[in-house]
Design a protein around this ligand. Sequence first.
Ligand SMILES: NC(=O)C1=CN([C@@H]2O[C@H](COP(=O)(O)OP(=O)(O)OC[C@H]3O[C@@H](n4cnc5c(N)ncnc54)[C@H](O)[C@@H]3O)[C@@H](O)[C@H]2O)[C@@H](O)CC1
Ligand SMILES: [K+]
Length: 244
Amino acid sequence: MSVFKVVSSKLASEIDQELMGPKVGFTLQQLMELAGFSIAQTIQREYPLGQNNNKKEVLIIAGPGNNGGDGLVCARHLKLFGYDPIVYYPIASKRTPFYGQLVKQLEFFQVPILTEEQSARWVDYLKPDKTLCIVDAIFGFSFKPPMREPFGSIVEEMHKVEDKIPIVAVDIPTGWDVDEGPVSSPHLTPSVLVSLTVPKPCSKFIKSARTAHYVGGRFIPKQFAEKYGFEPFSYQGTDQILKL
Ligand SMILES: NC(=O)C1=CN([C@@H]2O[C@H](COP(=O)(O)OP(=O)(O)OC[C@H]3O[C@@H](n4cnc5c(N)ncnc54)[C@H](O)[C@@H]3O)[C@@H](O)[C@H]2O)[C@@H](O)CC1
Ligand SMILES: [K+]
């Protein structure tokens, strides 16, 4: 068991609302940019280019909410870092036009995007000799079981290869209960978890021998962290991530 402070799903969503509320005034776009950037930085830290048989392909699986948005942003930064990201985005969000803009940016960066129509092709990227890692940006702290299709089948396929291709989970490993952890079956066991802003209770269930745990999304001042009952994380220099 780790010793760091965690916040419940309810509190995590309250923190989000306050950050994007009238008093603080962040926009979703700003927070998502920093969140996605921190995921890309974690991948560069854990899987630097030039090692591991020169593999450069990273498969990003993006869900329909903000967790998926973090994945879309991460893909753009990975491309800038020299990786070959491929995005599988089976259900594109219509929640705000911003998601469409993120997709346009990926097209501008010539990042391949597999949409619903090309969904059969996504499994081609589950090849250990090709893919350096898989980014699980399917669901975050708003996931409510049971998982609807196509995501149930996607998670099953990911589970089959998780010992051969490392999975980098964004905020919450998909399918895990935010507070109770890996209660459904099958569930993903990521090689890396990047908790955003502050770890959620499910992160207590990761085993340090199997999963590296980072915190990212470096966007809150000290007094705000203290108000919500956790110590600010001691990020070093200009780092956007901290290994816990
Ligand atoms: N302050 C922070 O920490 C920030 C968090 N962000 C991200 O935002 C995430 C939360 O985003 P959201 O609240 O949009 O939620 P999620 O991205 O967790 O998921 C919501 C979406 O999933 C669908 N969904 C939920 N349960 C489902 C089920 N059983 N089967 C199929 N679909 C299901 C919902 O219909 C909705 O479209 C966080 O986990 C984090 O990744 C960042 O984008 C911005 C900053
Ligand atoms: K996730």
